[in-house]
Design a binder for this molecule. Sequence first.
Ligand SMILES: C[S@@+](CC[C@H](N)C(=O)[O-])C[C@H]1O[C@@H](n2cnc3c(N)ncnc32)[C@H](O)[C@@H]1O
Length: 190
Amino acid sequence: MSKIDFFKTFIKDRDVASVTPTSLHCVKKVCTNIDFSRDIVLVEYGPGDGVFSRYVLDLMTPGSRLIMIEMNKDFYAHLKKTIPDPRVEIHNARAGDVLSVLNPSLIGKVDYVLSGIPFSFLKKDRKQIVLKATKTILKEGGLFLAYQTSGHLKKPVMEVFGNLETEREMLNLPPYLIYKVVKNGQLEES
Ligand SMILES: C[S@@+](CC[C@H](N)C(=O)[O-])C[C@H]1O[C@@H](n2cnc3c(N)ncnc32)[C@H](O)[C@@H]1O
């Protein structure tokens, strides 16, 4: 999708929350947390036009799986049309629906949840629903990786997961704070 089309989608839908896709620099930085040398199950919330999805698919093993959950119908249609990959499942749904969307056999088996959804737009109880569902689908030691415009997610993440690390990425419009959170892990807040 062109940057103009991405911008048009943003104009029509405030939940898109960004005028342009994430920069490749930022995509690479977030993905340094992912071990691509083995088969993994990765769930992506809010893939948009697929800038992260394409990057991870290039690196993922043939036995890995990517499950995308995108709320916007235009992005969903674009992803369905342009990513014909047998490792991929694409759902037109909300992140909060992940427990009903995901194959039950994968609950508690997910290695990574990658999220670009604007959590700041969600009410407190909706944030909790998404974070708790995320914790449920992750395996022990699995990572929740989220890129957000600010530190607003620290408190809810600490309440649900009890740990986090953050790193600022300025080479993006807007600048992002990258969250790295472990299910039942030992990370300390930075
Ligand atoms: C900031 S954009 C990020 C798009 C893309 N991942 C990127 O990095 O360029 C946020 C994306 O999340 C989607 N989105 C917003 N709220 C969502 C929700 N509750 N569930 C699923 N997708 C959501 C939007 O439609 C949009 O595609």
